[in-house]
Ligand binder design. Structure first.
Ligand code: HEC
Ligand code: HEC
Length: 286
């Protein structure tokens, strides 16, 4: 190549690269409204974003991979925890986590009820943005495991390690094995059950351990503490899933004002058959 050819080559390749860059940029901007669900940005969501900034949540947390890596990523948090739980958590985080055990603690930020409900609306909008799998390996909330995501903090720390593969759990073997199907559903229901429950005796996460539910039911029935409508362990487990507030597991970190922190959506979102599978799976732990 002579000098002139070299110059032409440089100019042409720069032009082509710029053109590709421009086209891709325009294309990305064209997709923003659909990817971000721009039409679902309500006033509440906008106020919630203000709350998010005012309290500097980002000094400890990440969303969309942005922020500090001290506390869990909150991009999908509303798909792991229901509104009742999140509300109670933000009112008094110390009720849920133990600084010694979990090695980190969220301070009580003193938010008003309005600010809490706004910031939940904001996080819920965030959780619906199609972020195409980003961030790839977020810090998860203690005890939770998003299907397909990396190990949770609890597992990394070796504590509650059985949260995702409980002792006695069977790998998904046959398509029609109700216990195996129930085990899979326990991981994939939205919100995922294992974000809040372990199957290891004594390991209580955001919800109580679900080991030995039959014995547990016999015990509360015999003691007269049980006030729900179930007469058998099977009915008790079904009731707990479909109507969590029918009977409340004792303890201030599990409910407030008669409302369970367990999400109330499963009765509607799961089919009868799926609930049968969950019940079969949960009762397979003696
Ligand atoms: C000083 C650091 C800090 C700040 C500021 C902070 N957090 Fe946290 N937050 C934490 C820590 C630490 C945890 C994790 C506890 C664990 O997983 O062991 C946490 C957990 C959470 C959780 C998950 C709770 C659960 O159990 O599922 C939510 C939701 C949350 N924070 C929301 C917020 C919001 C909203 C703000 C701002 C209004 C905020 N945080 C500000 C440190 C902080
Ligand atoms: C956001 C956390 C959370 C999620 C997610 C969750 N639970 Fe719960 N669950 C709780 C809490 C808190 C309780 C105790 C309060 C109550 O009695 O409702 C509970 C109670 C239960 C109980 C009754 C056990 C007892 O000792 O009282 C069963 C059974 C149960 N959950 C099953 C499930 C199943 C199955 C799923 C998934 C389909 C699920 N949970 C998802 C928080 C959760």
């Amino acid at each position: 190549m002579n000098k002139r050819q070299t110059r032409l080559f440089a100019i042409a390749s720069t032009a082509i690269a710029s053109l590709i860059f421009l086209v891709l940029t325009v294309d990305s901007h064209r997709q923003f409204p659909t990817l971000t669900n721009a039409d679902t940005i309500t006033e509440e969501v906008v106020r919630g974003q203000q709350v998010w900034h005012n309290y500097n949540c980002i000094n400890c947390h990440t969303i969309f991979g942005e922020g500090a890596y001290y506390a869990p990523d909150l991009t999908k948090i509303t798909q792991l925890r229901g509104v009742p739980y999140l509300t109670a958590f933000m009112k008094d985080p110390a009720q849920f986590y133990d600084e010694q055990k979990h090695r980190r603690l969220m301070p009580n930020l003193g938010m008003s009820d309005q600010e809490i409900s706004d910031v939940i609306a904001f996080m819920d909008w965030v959780s619906r943005v199609d972020n195409q799998g980003w961030p790839p390996r977020p810090i998860l909330v203690t005890g939770s495991a998003i299907p397909g995501a990396d190990l949770s903090i609890a597992q990394q720390q070796g504590e509650g390690a059985a949260a995702s593969m409980p002792p006695g759990a069977r790998p998904v073997a046959a398509d029609n094995d109700p216990i195996a199907l129930g085990e899979a559903l326990f991981r994939t229901a939205v919100p995922t059950c294992q974000a809040c429950h372990s199957m290891t005796p004594g390991v209580n996460l955001a919800g109580p351990s679900l080991a030995g539910l039959s014995d547990f039911f016999e015990k509360i029935k015999a003691s007269g503490d049980y006030t729900g409508n179930a007469t058998t362990a099977e009915e008790f487990v079904r009731e707990s899933i479909v109507e969590p507030s029918a009977w409340l597991h004792p303890g201030p970190m599990y409910s407030a004002g008669g409302v369970s922190f367990m999400p109330p959506n499963y009765g509607e979102d799961l089919t009868q058959e799926q609930i049968d599978h969950l019940v079969a799976y949960l009762l397979s732990f003696k």
